[in-house]
Design a protein around this ligand. Sequence first.
Ligand SMILES: [Zn+2]
Length: 544
Amino acid sequence: MSLDEIDGMDNLDNLSNIDDLSNEKDLVLRNTGNVTHISSNDLVEHVEIRPDLIAISCFEIIELSLARKLKVVPVKFENDIVTIAMANPSDLSAMDDLRYKLGNYDVIFVASEENMINAAISRWSRTVAQSAESEVIKEFKTEATESNKVEEMDEDSGKMSKLILKMLEQAVSLNASDVHIEPNENEVMVRFRVDGVLQPHTKYPLGVANGIVNFFKVQGDMEVADRRRPQDGRFGKIISGREVDFRIVTIPTAHGPEGIVIRLFDQSRARLNIDEVGFHKHIVDPFIKVLESPHGMILVTGPTGSGKTTTLYASLGLIATPDRKVLTIEDPVEIRFQGITQVQVNEEAQLTFSTALKSFLRADPDIMLVGEIRDSETANLAAQAALTGHLVLSTLHTNEAAGAATRLVNLGLEPFIITSALKGVLAQRLMRKLCRSCAEPFEASEEEIRSVKWPEDIEMPDMLWRANKNGCPTCDHSGYKGRLVVGELILISDAVAQSIIEMNSSIDIEKIAITEGMKTLHYDAIKWVAEGATSLEEVKRAGV
Ligand SMILES: [Zn+2]
C-alpha cells in the first residue's frame, strides 16, 4: 500500500510520534499530545489509532472476549513489545491482568477513544469470524470435489452448524436486523441488513445451499421435505453472550434450493426503557404522561421497519408493573417478557388479533398489547376494551400521527368512539446517524436551507454536518453508523377531537394539532440535523 492510498493520512509530516513506541512515522498510532497520570510514576499517552491498519497478528495476542471485557486492543507487536490501547487508562486492574497474561512480553499501555477501540474490536471480530468461515468453506469445497454429494450432507453435521453459527455470530456482532440467504444458479449469496441497508456479506458454493436450508428447517421445527410452500419457524440461541431469537421464513424458488430470510431479535432490547429509545424530550415526556393513563387506546404508527415494536416494548417496560395483568397478542412475539402472557397469532389455529382480543376481554387484564390493528373487527374490539377500563397499546400502518383517526374511521369506527377511546398517537421513523469518526462540517447555502423548509423555531447552527463520501473503517465506509428515531406525538385535545368528529381530513386534523404545539416528524428530523446527528440528505432519503 502506498502512502497515498491511506486516506486521511496525506499530511504525514504533521504527525508527531510516540518516542517510546517507534522512531519511525507511525501509521497505526498518532499521539494526541495528552497524557493521563495514573500514579506518581506512570503516565499513559493518549493516541489516535487507525483500526484498519492494525496488523492481524496483534489479534492473536489475547482473546477477543477478554479484549471486549476490558475495552482494550493490542495495536502493535514488535520485538517482544506489545502496545495495548485502552479506553480507560486509569483501569489499573485491567493493566495488571494484561501484564500477568502477557508475562513473556514488555507491555506498553496507551489510551484511546472508546469508539476507536470499539471499531478495532469489531474489525477484529470480523477477521476472526471470516477466517473461521473460510476454513469451513474450504473443507466443504474439498468434500464437494471428493464426493460431489455435499447437497446430501446431513443438516446436523457439525461442519454445517459451525458454518452457520459463524455466519450468525457475524450478523449479531454487526447488529444486523436480518440475514438473507439467496441461492442463484452458481452460488449462495448471503446479505446482511445493517442500519436498514442490505449489504453483501459473503458467498458460499452452491453445494451447501440445501444443507443450510435444512439446518434452519430443523432448528425452526419446519417440514424439511416440503420445498414448495413458504414456511416459517423460529429458534433462540445465545450468540456471543447475547440472547438472540431467530425468526425464519423459507422462500421457494422456481428452480433449485429455497431462499431463506432470517430476522434477528436481540432480547436485550427488551430491557430498553422508554426514555432510552432515543426520542427527543419534546416527544418522550408527553408520551410517558399518555402511557400513565389508567385506560384508553394509545397507538404507534409508521411503516414497517420504523421501530414501532421497540417503542411498544419499551412502553410496556414502564407500565407493566407486577401489580397489573398484561396480555399481548403479537405477530410475531419478538421479545419475551417475564410475568407477561404473550400470545402468538396463528391463523391456521384461528388465533387472530380479534379472536385473541375477545378472549382477553373475558380475562379482564389491565393492559393489552395488540400487535397491529388491520381490520375493522380488531379496531372495534380494541376500542371497546379501551372504553371499558383497559389500557390498549397497538400499532397502525399510517405515516403521520394525524392519519390514525381517519384510518380508524375507514376501518368502520364511529368518530365519537375514536375520540373517547384514543389518548394519543405517536408516529415514528428511523433515520441513519452520521458516523462520528468521519462526518464533515460544512456551511449550508441559503438555497439548501430553503429547500428543506427549516422550521423557524429551530436555531440554525454555524455549521451543519454531512456524511463523508468515502466513509471510514468505523462505519464500514458508509458514512453512517447506527440509527436514530424521529417522532411526532398527537394528543387528543378537545379541538383535535372536534376535528375528528367533524370527519376532517388528516391534513386538517394535523393543522389543528400544530396550532396547539405539536411538532411534526419533519421538525424532529431537522432538530437532529441541527444537533449534528444526521444530514439533510438523510432527511430527504427518509422522506420526513
Ligand atoms: Zn465513518
